[in-house]
Design a protein around this ligand. Structure first.
Ligand code: ADP
Length: 174
């Protein structure tokens, strides 16, 4: 590909995920991606096969991310729910890169499979992996939901709006 076509497509990255809800680990990856690319589109998976039950609707999950990126002043980041194939969503934004965070070996195995599927579907879109920052390498949405369910303090792990939303959603479920 010549430099003209590369420039024409822009320097856009997609950060996809279920974000149920967004954690400080996700935000760390999003913020770091925003320093490398001109524009980041956070893609909130609205129709997932592997994770069937979410605590929040896709629109609620997107709103929590929007609040957090506004708080952090990340101006080149936008959020959008997608319900199609990730590679088609990436193409619709003219993105050549999908950026994901890697925490542990378990993420690696999953990401290797996803990478090979996506490569087969669209070999012009490259997946890029950032290692989790050490302080967030244990952090997952599932772990946060588990802690919140049993009343543990999660205020250091998720943005304020997500902590409030979790408390409200889980109230009465204990
Ligand atoms: P999960 O439900 O496992 O928290 P998502 O499907 O919402 O994750 O993840 C979206 C992306 O964010 C994935 O690339 C995932 O590996 C990454 N990610 C999730 N948590 C962290 C973290 N604490 N640090 C770095 N990357 C993370």
């Amino acid at each position: 590909m010549n430099s003209e076509t590369t420039a024409g497509r822009g320097n856009v990255a997609i950060c996809p995920g279920s974000y149920d809800p967004v954690t400080n680990g996700h935000l760390d990856i999003i913020a770091r991606t925003a320093t490398i690319f001109d524009k980041v589109v956070v893609g909130v998976a609205g129709r997932t096969v592997r994770k069937q039950q979410t605590l929040f609707t896709a629109e609620e999950r997107a709103e929590l991310i929007e609040a957090a990126i506004a708080d952090r002043g990340l101006e080149n980041v936008e959020v959008e729910v997608f319900r199609n194939l990730l590679v088609d969503f990436a193409r619709s934004h003219g993105a050549r890169a999908v950026v994901k965070g890697l925490r542990a070996i378990s993420d690696f195995e999953y990401e290797l499979e996803m990478n090979q599927i996506n490569r087969r579907l669209a070999d012009d879109i490259e997946s890029v992996y950032l290692f989790a920052s050490p302080e967030y390498s244990f952090l997952s949405s599932t772990g946060v939901k588990e802690m919140a369910t049993f009343g543990a303090d999660i205020s250091e792990l998720v943005p304020a709006a997500a902590a409030t939303a979790l408390a409200e959603r889980l109230a009465g479920t204990n």
